[in-house]
Ligand binder design. Sequence first.
Ligand SMILES: [Ca+2]
Ligand SMILES: [Ca+2]
Ligand SMILES: [Ca+2]
Length: 339
Amino acid sequence: MLIGRSVRIAVCVSAAVAVSLAALAQASARPRPPEPDRTPPSQPTNLHVTAVTQTSVTLAWSASTDNVGVRSYSLWHEGLAGVVSVAHPQTTATWSSLRPGQTLTFRVTAFDAQYNASTPSAPVTVTTVADTNPPSAPSGLTVGTTTASKVLLTWNSGTDQFDPVRHEILVNGVPTHDAVSNVPAGTNPQPPVQSAWVRQLDPATSYQFSVRAIDPSGNVSESSNAVSATTQASADTSAPTSPTLLSAFDGGTSFCPEELWLRWSASTDPEPGSGIEYEVRVNGSINEVIPGGTQTVAYTDVLGANTVTIVAVDQAGNASAPSNALTVMTNWAPGGCGL
Ligand SMILES: [Ca+2]
Ligand SMILES: [Ca+2]
Ligand SMILES: [Ca+2]
């Protein structure tokens, strides 16, 4: 009875072993899945420039090889986002939307169907063709509102093949830092009709004004027509006290124009009702004018260091010494604001 039971068990075990052996045999008979391709294409060689314009660069290279097959090439540049990709066997690509006189270093990388990347090619550095043509001269300059210290100017914008054109105002033939444009920072393209306040002028004084346009490469136009204006009289000769710039920081991330969050202390002026306005100056130029207030969110299209000071100015144009300076770094990528 006992023996018979042992035999029955042994039979059961052998049957189980037989079944699993059969399953194994069946499995080994099936084809194995192929090993994934982990071998990258060879390094592209002979990268060279075949054409350059003011806004584009065309490069070519020698084809890579691969154990399975090259699928594509990507042309890239260390300082620019994105790549230009072409399908193998094409071995030339054009990078466009560049600026005149821009120096760039390109490389090309080959890929196979498994996206195995080759070693990048040796770099090639190239400079796009410079823009040497100045903008057209601004025209139709006219004088608007005139106070004891400020004159409003309006003109037709100079134009250029490349945006954005900026304008420089000349007071008695000398470029001034005491003008504030009514075009918000970061506007691109610039509007066809522009205006600006010239500030910190002396009361009861005649001035001559003209405007010229400057393209992104720094080419300067001829001057516009000249206009004259005489400021109103004022008996206020005392300057406001200097404000203190309490805080300045970057309120944006990677957008152009970027926000500058600014807060300062109020100034006082010996003359009652002298109407203090605060000039927000970025790298010396007036970015914005805040009447009365002691904080603002200003906008800047200056990439990198923005050194901010606040100057208090009364209605007669008497200006305080600049506040302490605080520097804010912006971080939007080149290409924002069309720069
Ligand atoms: Ca491969
Ligand atoms: Ca130009
Ligand atoms: Ca005053």
